[in-house]
Design a protein around this ligand. Structure first.
Ligand code: ADP
Length: 400
């Protein structure tokens, strides 16, 4: 039997998983899958090492109303019977918030879990589900070694100014600072940049992680120097359902003049804003692109206007721009979004090759563009598998 690492990324209604060989730099998963619609109508899909769908008869069939607590033990059982030749010996988890003290992955312990529980209010959409998955594994497979990897860690290379709010010093000292998120995705992209950019990878690069959650990371020498998300994953760009950056005066007005409660405001900012709120139609970019409604187009335009503006702001933090990288669901698939964003950056010398952009090609800049523009698929799970291997075996850090 070959040892394998199970990677889990538990969201509010989904559970993504991937199984990798337990080795220093696993190339591709032995199995990868997702359970969607948890709590309502759970649907399981999985692909094998060749990327072929696992046939329906071999797939796990969760009860439609199954919760995370039911699904994780069922998934472990299913893996045991379907992972021919492999035994899962460790689990690596995506955890959104590691706060100030977790600057890298950590072995799970009671003390670590207590620390991470305290951060739940800072990432209420993700952190409770991430930690529930860890506890579920502890309960159903206590012998499995577990590692937690944080979306915040990659940004801890940032300078002090990039992490500060202009609030009284005592509040910064309390940890009210910009943490940044999507770090596992940025870590992966930083690792593959040299393959696509050569020596330019060490230059000034803005990576646009545009998915349902969206943010930008400015890198110099493949390290984070600035990002758009802040204390929570609400800040920065327009997202599927989240508002992104907002004048804090709006919150005071809603509280004081409109009588909204903190719970109501939280619901508004996390679940009813962004593409969904502006369009009134959907949080899903592909759906909006197909819609003829002017509100759908306005939501897309606002998404791109804000992203282009933020790329320009981050270029000030890096002192110019050598490359832009688009990644995640929208970044990898929406030619329209990339076109609208890059068009607004024409003054910086950004120009696209329309054919390459329409094909979602890897290199989409025109020959005359002063800035390279790439489309690179991200792979957060692989970053977690590597880190889990490293912590479990005490191996040196992977050079990528
Ligand atoms: P998550 O943050 O949930 O992991 P993803 O990275 O999967 O999200 O991105 C989901 C987003 O990507 C959705 O808005 C979806 O509509 C968008 N997307 C996926 N494929 C396309 C496409 N072909 N065209 C436009 N948008 C797309």
């Amino acid at each position: 039997m070959t040892d394998a690492i199970l990677v889990l990324n538990a969201g509010s209604s989904s559970l993504k998983f991937a199984v990798y060989r337990d080795e220093a730099d696993p190339q591709s998963p032995v199995l990868r899958g997702k359970i969607r619609g948890i709590g309502t109508a759970a649907i399981f899909t999985a692909r094998d090492a060749d990327g072929d769908p696992v046939p329906a008869r071999a797939a796990m069939t969760p009860r439609p109303s199954a919760s995370h607590g039911d699904l994780i033990p069922a998934l472990l059982d299913w893996l045991e019977s379907h992972l021919a030749g492999f035994t899962v010996t460790a689990a690596g988890h995506r955890v959104v918030h590691g706060g100030a003290s977790h600057t890298g992955p950590a072995r799970v312990s009671d003390a670590v879990l207590r620390d991470l529980d305290a951060l739940i209010p800072l990432a209420p959409l993700h952190q409770p589900h991430n930690l529930a998955a860890v506890r579920c594994i502890s309960a159903s497979a206590p012998d499995l070694a577990q590692v937690v990897c944080f979306d915040t860690s990659f940004h801890r290379t940032q300078g002090r100014l990039a992490q500060m709010f202009a609030l009284p010093r005592a509040l910064s000292d309390l940890g009210i600072v910009r943490y940044g998120f999507h770090g596992l995705s940025y870590d992966y992209i930083a690792g593959v940049l040299p393959t696509f950019l050569g020596a330019r990878a060490e230059g000034r690069v803005v990576v646009a992680h545009l998915g349902n959650g969206a943010s930008l990371c400015a890198m110099k020498a493949r390290q984070s120097v600035a990002t758009t998300m802040g204390f929570t994953a609400l800040d920065g760009l327009v997202m599927g359902q989240r508002c992104g950056a907002l004048d804090p005066g709006v919150l005071l007005y809603l509280l004081e003049q409109k009588g909204m409660t903190p719970d109501r405001i939280s619901q508004l900012l996390y679940h009813e804003s962004g593409l969904l709120g502006v369009s009134g139609i959907s949080n899903d970019m592909a759906t909006l692109e197909k819609s003829a409604a002017p509100e759908a187009r306005e939501a897309i335009d606002l998404f791109c206007y804000r992203a282009a503006g933020e790329i320009a702001r981050l270029a000030a933090a890096t002192g110019g721009l050598d490359a832009i990288v688009f990644t995640a669901g929208i970044g990898e698939n929406s030619a329209l979004v990339r076109d609208l964003i890059c068009d607004q950056l024409g003054w910086m010398g950004v120009a696209l090759n329309p054919d390459a952009n329409a094909r979602n090609a890897t290199r989409i800049a025109s020959d005359t563009s002063a800035v390279d523009v790439l489309v690179l698929p991200t792979d957060e799970e692989r970053v977690i598998a590597r880190a889990t291997h490293r912590l479990i075996h005490g191996a040196p850090a992977h050079p990528g």
